[in-house]
Design a protein around this ligand. Sequence first.
Ligand SMILES: NC(=O)c1ccc[n+]([C@@H]2O[C@H](COP(=O)([O-])OP(=O)(O)OC[C@H]3O[C@@H](n4cnc5c(N)ncnc54)[C@H](OP(=O)(O)O)[C@@H]3O)[C@@H](O)[C@H]2O)c1
Length: 259
Amino acid sequence: MSDYSLPLSNKVALVTGASRGIGKGIALEFARRGATVILTYVSQSSETLAREVCQAIEALPHKPRAHAVRVDLSTVDGAQLLIGRLLERSEGRLKLDILVNNAGVEKAKSLAELTVDDYDEVYNLNIRGTILLTQAVLPYLSSEGRIFNISSIAARTPFKNFSLYCSSKTALEGLTRVWATELGGNGTTVNCIEPGPVQSDMLDNIPKDIVNLQKALTPIGNRIGTVEEVANIVAGLASKDGAWITGQTISVSGGYAMY
Ligand SMILES: NC(=O)c1ccc[n+]([C@@H]2O[C@H](COP(=O)([O-])OP(=O)(O)OC[C@H]3O[C@@H](n4cnc5c(N)ncnc54)[C@H](OP(=O)(O)O)[C@@H]3O)[C@@H](O)[C@H]2O)c1
């Protein structure tokens, strides 16, 4: 097959939180385009889901490879544990080309109700986890690497009672811009993707009035997006075609948010 039909062949992608939702969609799309995919999940109950994603990938006609690792990336040592497992599996020859920091959690609580535990729950994964994993991946990231931080339109839309989630997603934009300046020397790009609402377990927890308002304000079709619509953008930028785009925040929201 031509490079065009499998633009990610010979690439190895690590996608966090890919047992379901957007991460699963990105993992599948990377594999469809030829990449080997390592996916992570955290819950015992998602073990079967993660295995099914790997099976779906390995059943593709060009037989891409997939491997799932259960790891809690909100912990201080989660990222190093993950890299240790990958080093073991690759017998010390770990090479990664693409990192997608996708795993994230939300929390609906008013400012007055917030506790330190709430802060830790959201920030330890959405921000500290992203920093520690990206740091841990760096020694194994090939030149012309691709890093994606999955943020949200919530980074720039102030949803009432979502201060931890919204602000953590804003912080991802800042990390993206700084890392783009630090890592660009060898052609590595770092970009922030901000999906609007897409159907997923996370969206099921968002109040319906918020989602309905988002639909009403979405120029394309007054609808929510699909996982595939987000995955296609990430997969496109992950290939050679994305070489000249870095430090950007890209709204993938049918025009709900226009930057
Ligand atoms: N859905 C939306 O409408 C939407 C819109 C904009 C942005 N986003 C962003 O897109 C990303 C994915 O969202 P989603 O809706 O697909 O989420 P989701 O369906 O809730 O899935 C979350 C994924 O993250 C994993 N995860 C959760 N906590 C983790 C931890 N401590 N360590 C490692 N992995 C962990 C989960 O693993 P388990 O299955 O094992 O629990 C699961 O694979 C998030 O960053 C979210 O903020 C989502």
